[in-house]
Structure formats: structure tokens, C-alpha cells
Design a protein around this ligand. Structure first.
Ligand SMILES: Nc1ncnc2c1ncn2[C@@H]1O[C@H](COP(=O)(O)OP(=O)(O)O)[C@@H](O)[C@H]1O
Ligand SMILES: Cc1ncsc1CCOP(=O)(O)O
Ligand SMILES: [Mg+2]
Length: 267
């Protein structure tokens, strides 16, 4: 069996056997997130209806749930899919977009946390608030530095027994015991809507490829975004051209380049 011990090896394995990833994401993110998964080498399916989301989770290799554009009907689909994934032992990722903004979102996230997400991926403001801290987030946008969220992430990872990924200028990943920082990316990334949501879906794709190493899979997904983000910045005139360059950079990124350039350090 092929060993998938590095981000590059995981990227290669994903492309050799593209995993089916069920993405319950928001209306803003659906198109770009599906394109991100295709460019990286995975097979996305945006399936959220309550009537089928649970059944679909039975055939997907991983599930991602994002509460960006929430409604009661969507919550039913999220709950059904998460229950199927959890009982089948399949990895599922939670993206708690702006959960601090309203009671509706807070309640939905509390109910999803009770279904034990394998991975939680959010920006710094979201992770600080999820751990009960004072966050300065504004709607879906973070207003806090990642450094400030590291303690919250460690606490949340221990409490939830999940891998927690906090993204921003320098990303942070922890499972409560191990922790790393990942450098790279571009200041243009938060200027393009739904790139964080797309990353959540890609974390699901890597988790489907390496379910035996959820921490490593999360680090691999974030590293892939970091290097593709750097490449897409070259020649980009602004967020518009960055956006399409980013898809091209993801598709062009190979395993060797990823391993040679990923900047991952113990935290
Ligand atoms: N200032 C920055 N410099 C470099 N990369 C960034 C910066 N801000 C965000 N990113 C990258 O953008 C991606 C999305 O993260 P983020 O913007 O934190 O998520 P969200 O869109 O959910 O708020 C991640 O890959 C992250 O590393
Ligand atoms: C703008 C917006 N509004 C509701 S969801 C959404 C997209 C948020 O995307 P991201 O969290 O990746 O910035
Ligand atoms: Mg987000």
C-alpha cells in the first residue's frame, strides 16, 4: 500500500483515486468550492436537501458542513448527513461561518458539535467564539489574528476530540496534543469570497483520502492552499485575476513542489 505521510503524497493519492466529497455549503461558495475540488483532483457533490442528504452521506467518502446561508430545511439535511457520516465512521468537517452572529446560527452549531465533527475549520474570530471567548468578527469576516485563537483552538480540540484548523495570515492546526503553523498564502485570499469555505471542502477531500491520518490530512489541505495562493499572486492584478489564477495554480501544483515548498513548523 502507498504511504501517505506527506502533503505531496496525500495530494498524489487523491488524484489517483478521486474521493467523492459531499459538500453542504452555502449559496455563495457552491460554485467556487466545487471548482477548487475539481482543480485539486477530488470529486465534489453539493447535496443538501433533507430528503436525500443522509442517504448521500452513505455513498460519499467524506462530508463537509458549512452554515453560511442557513435555513431550517438545510439544518435538517445537515443533521441527517452528519448522523450518517458519524455512524459510518466517515470523516466530516464543520465550518461554523459567523456562528456568533445570531441565536439561530449558535443553536445550529451547538447541535452539530454534539454530532462530533472530525475536523473544525474556521477563521480566528469563529474559533475564539466557539471556545467561549470574545471575538471581534464582523459577519463572515475575521477581525482577530490567528495567534490570538491558538489557545481557543487547543481547548476546542481537546473538548471536542477533533482536529481544529484556524486560518488567516499564518494557519494553525491542532488535535489538542500536536500543533503546527503553516505559512504561505496571499493577502488577496480574504478578498475573494468563499475561499475559506472552499478550503473546508478541500479538507474533507484530503480527509477522505487519508482517514487514518486526520491531522496530517488537514495540514496537507492547508499547505496546498498556502502554496497555490502564493503562486496565484504572481501576476495577479487584484482579487478578480487572483481568483482564476488560484484555480489554475491548484491544478498545476504537483506533489514534489508541494513537499519542497510547504512551510510547516511545530507550534
Ligand atoms: N493575510 C493572509 N495572508 C495569507 N493567506 C491568508 C491571509 N488571510 C487568509 N489567508 C488564507 O486564506 C484561506 C482562507 O482563510 P480565511 O480567510 O481565514 O477563511 P474565511 O474565508 O473562512 O474567513 C486560507 O488558506 C488562509 O491561509
Ligand atoms: C459572504 C457570505 N455570506 C454568507 S456565507 C458567505 C461566504 C463566506 O465565505 P468565507 O467564509 O470563505 O469568507
Ligand atoms: Mg469562513
Amino acid at each position: 500500500m502507498q504511504t501517505k505521510t506527506t502533503p505531496g503524497a496525500m495530494l498524489k493519492a487523491m488524484r489517483e483515486k478521486p474521493p467523492l466529497v459531499q459538500c453542504i455549503t452555502n449559496y455563495v461558495a457552491m460554485n467556487i468550492a466545487a471548482n477548487v475540488l475539481l482543480a485539486a483532483g477530488a470529486s465534489p457533490a453539493m447535496v443538501h436537501a433533507a430528503e436525500e442528504a443522509g442517504e448521500f452521506a452513505g455513498i460519499a467518502s467524506a462530508l463537509t458542513i458549512n452554515i453560511g446561508t442557513l435555513s431550517t430545511q438545510w439544518i435538517d439535511g445537515m443533521q441527517a448527513a452528519a448522523k450518517t457520516a458519524a455512524s459510518a465512521g466517515k470523516p466530516w468537517v464543520l465550518d461554523p461561518v459567523a456562528h456568533y452572529a445570531t441565536a439561530f446560527r449558535r443553536n445550529a452549531v451547538a447541535d452539530l458539535l454534539a454530532l462530533h465533527p472530525t475536523i473544525i475549520r474556521g477563521n480566528a474570530s469563529e474559533i475564539i467564539a466557539l471556545a467561549g471567548g470574545e471575538s471581534r468578527g464582523q459577519g463572515v469576516d475575521s477581525r482577530d489574528p490567528v495567534e490570538q485563537a491558538e489557545g481557543s483552538a487547543r481547548w476546542l480540540a481537546e473538548r471536542q476530540r477533533a482536529v481544529v484548523a484556524v486560518t488567516g495570515a499564518v494557519d494553525f492546526v491542532t488535535d489538542g496534543e500536536r500543533a503546527v503553523r503553516i505559512e504561505g498564502g496571499s493577502a488577496l485570499m480574504p478578498q475573494v469570497t468563499a475561499l475559506g469555505c472552499s478550503l473546508t471542502c478541500l479538507v474533507g477531500a484530503f480527509a477522505a483520502t487519508a482517514p487514518e491520518d486526520i491531522f496530517g490530512a488537514t495540514v496537507a489541505a492547508l499547505s496546498t492552499f498556502a502554496i497555490a495562493g502564493e503562486d496565484a499572486t504572481l501576476g495577479a492584478a487584484g482579487p478578480g485575476s487572483f481568483s482564476w489564477r488560484f484555480l489554475d495554480a491548484l491544478a498545476a501544483l504537483d506533489a514534489e513542489t508541494l513537499d519542497a515548498r510547504a512551510r510547516i513548523s511545530a507550534a
